[in-house]
Design a binder for this molecule. Structure first.
Ligand SMILES: [Zn+2]
Length: 258
């Protein structure tokens, strides 16, 4: 991104932090060095998420990531989610859209499913929503659906999931119990219950989330949407927690946001 100059610069600086979200370098929203941690093409990361398996014993969900969640990538995502750097949304949405185009050919075929591919963002937690006042993943789902639609795969962003307040303490629950508890808390939003996209024959669904850790959230979203008669075929995340043995390096730099 070019350095801002001229009479508007001071005014813009009042609203936009003029420093890199990951390293605080002045003058850019994200510097080229810090943007270089994002991979030029998405990679499958579900093999490292132990809790993606369906509770009913089905196979793991294919999950594609745009980076490992470490270093500058991790600092960028944290600055966006928790540091108020909302000007990153546009860049991260574009990145998610680009990532979706990279996995398009690997999405399972249409089969018996009809209509548009549904692009469903994981729901924000009640606390996250209160803290940030908005749903950060929604613009990412919109960009993903727009990118896929523009390349001939009709897709519809559908922010149809919500998180209910915890009604049962996680303490004392095993992993499976905690997964079931989380699945209990994620539900289809009331106003989407009669939505045409969720009625009739199943649609294919692509889930969107920011960070893949254990996979429990995505597994819970999948369970809820399966119960609503849909068919979750894959998930796309910005970044995935790397396995303990992972060594980074050898990635090509990606252009900084402009
Ligand atoms: Zn930087």
């Amino acid at each position: 991104m070019p350095r801002r100059t001229g009479p508007l610069a001071d005014l813009i600086d009042l609203v936009l932090p003029a420093c890199c979200a990951a390293c605080q370098d002045p003058g850019v929203v994200l510097c080229a060095d810090c943007a270089s941690g994002w991979w030029p093409a998405p990679r499958r990361r579900d093999q490292d998420a132990p809790r993606l398996d369906r509770l009913d014993g089905g196979g793991p969900l294919p999950v594609w990531a745009a980076a490992d969640y470490q270093g500058a990538v991790r600092r960028t995502v944290l600055a966006w989610k928790d540091g108020g750097r909302l000007e990153l949304t546009r860049w991260l949405a574009a990145l998610a859209g680009e990532t979706a185009l990279g996995v398009r050919a690997d999405l399972p075929g249409r089969g018996p499913h009809r209509g548009a591919l549904l692009v469903v963002p994981a729901p924000p937690s009640a606390a996250g929503r209160r803290r940030r006042g908005e749903d950060l993943l929604r613009p990412l789902a919109v960009a993903v659906a727009a990118g896929l639609t523009a390349t001939g795969l009709p897709a519809l962003p559908l922010p149809c999931l919500r998180t209910r307040r915890a009604h049962r303490d996680q303490v004392g629950l095993g992993l499976r119990g905690r997964d079931a508890n989380l699945a209990d808390r994620i539900a289809v939003r009331h106003r989407f219950r009669g939505h045409p996209a969720l009625l009739g024959a199943p649609h294919r669904v692509l889930l969107i989330d920011d960070v893949l850790t254990t996979g429990a959230t995505l597994a819970a979203c999948r369970r809820v949407l399966d119960a609503a008669g849909q068919s979750v075929v894959a998930a796309l995340v910005l970044a995935a927690t790397p396995p303990p043995t992972h060594r980074s390096g050898g990635v090509e730099p990606r252009a900084a946001p402009g």
